[in-house]
Design a protein around this ligand. Structure first.
Ligand code: AFP
Ligand code: FBP
Length: 359
């Protein structure tokens, strides 16, 4: 019966996750968490799609709502954050959640301590609920990025950071983990199709939302990024301020004088999920490098850099700051930024070689 269903629907994300859990008993609680994320993404996809009709455009409450990073929050930033929190609250598998739109990590249940120390609270989730939201009013693609870590119940806080409750301190240390500790990561891209792309550490799998049955269906099994490319994807207006190795490599690519001899094209959406999705499928190099003004670039390590780097590496690509593997960096704080260059192995390696040569 199961196979008959599958012949009609294709392999759904739900079925895929059940099979992952059957083959990997240590991941047996992951499907319910994925089910919460998947449901939230479907709801967010609808909110984004209908935002022009429902008045969910523009800044929150007539302006003035600023997140902890000093960015003005859009109505959809706040609403999508709530959708995710609510969807995960009742999975019973999540202890702590950190998000771009929350000042500090939060527990997902009102009775925080009970749930956080409940042995079923197995995971910590980190999110950017609506990445690229500044583009949404113009109908440009946006996305949700997520990463999942194990919940470390033994974790002890050293010192007493001022202004944080005991619960918040436990939360905090639970989220400050390097990408190498990720159990799973992924994104949902809201675009011409709604794509859900994920990894649990054995390749990258892409699903497309079939709206006629309301399910994500496997359309891109085992995504592998091409080894070299002809596309770069940066906010090139910042090029004069980049580190010399980054700047010089891109200048060579422009004129076909890089290692591959390819003359590169530029493609930049300004929405990380869209730019990374294209990079995974067509090959290319995406990045937000360090510049003289922003030493750590713009992207956030915990809920943008690390989850996307995990996907990129699992697809056979590389992700680096130029001198360090992004996956190996342990954040000192939740909203820490990190310079990033990621994508096709051969081309990213060329950037790394340039940094090395520059000492
Ligand atoms: P918003 O969510 O504020 O639109 O920022 C999106 C983002 O973090 C990332 O998705 C893009 O890659 C990057 O910013 C674009 O930054 P620039 O506008 O500086 O190119
Ligand atoms: P395709 O339909 O072949 O993708 O071409 C798209 C297009 O005509 C425009 O939509 C776009 O602005 C332009 O090409 C991009 O050109 P270039 O590759 O030179 O940047």
């Amino acid at each position: 019966v199961f196979d008959e269903v599958c012949e009609t629907t294709g392999v759904t994300l739900t079925r895929f996750m059940i099979e992952v859990a059957m083959l990997n008993p240590e991941l047996s609680e992951l499907p319910s968490l994925f089910s919460g994320i998947e449901t939230a993404c479907k709801a967010i996809s609808n909110m984004v799609k209908r935002s022009q009709l429902t008045g969910l455009t523009g800044y929150a409450e007539g302006g003035g709502s600023i997140n902890v990073q000093g960015e003005e929050q859009k109505t959809l930033d706040i609403m999508t954050n709530d959708v995710l929190k609510r969807a995960l609250r009742f999975t019973g598998k999540l202890g702590v959640l950190a998000s771009e739109e929350e000042d500090t990590p939060v527990d997902v249940e009102p009775s925080s301590k009970e749930v956080m120390f409940d042995e079923t609270s197995k995971y910590v989730a980190v999110f950017d609920p609506l990445d690229g939201s500044s583009n949404v009013d113009a109908g440009i693609p946006t996305g949700t990025i997520f990463g999942i870590f194990d919940h470390d119940e033994e974790c002890v806080v050293e010192g007493e950071p001022e202004g944080l409750s005991e619960a918040e301190m436990v939360c905090l240390t639970n989220t400050l983990k390097p990408g190498t500790d990720l159990v799973a990561s992924g994104y949902c891209l809201y675009s011409s199709s709604c794509f859900f792309v994920m990894t649990v550490g054995c390749g990258v799998y892409g699903f497309t939302l079939d709206e006629s049955i309301g399910e994500f269906v496997l359309t891109h099994p085992n995504i592998k990024i091409p080894e070299t490319s002809k596309i770069y994807s940066f906010n090139e207006a910042n090029l004069p301020q980049w580190d010399a190795p980054m700047r010089e490599t891109v200048e060579k690519w422009r004129v076909g004088e890089g290692k591959s001899g390819n003359r590169f094209s530029s493609r930049y959406i300004g929405s990380m999920v869209g730019d990374v999705h294209r990079t995974l499928l067509y090959g290319g190099v995406f990045g937000y490098p360090s510049d003289t003004k922003n030493k750590n670039g713009k992207l956030r390590l915990l809920y943008e850099g690390a989850p996307m780097s995990y996907l990129m590496e699992q697809a056979g690509g590389l992700s680096s700051t130029g001198t360090k593997r992004v996956m190996e960096i342990t954040p000192d704080e939740v909203h820490q930024r990190v310079p990033i260059v990621m994508g096709s192995k051969g081309d990213v390696q060329e950037v790394l070689d340039a940094y090395k040569a520059a000492g």
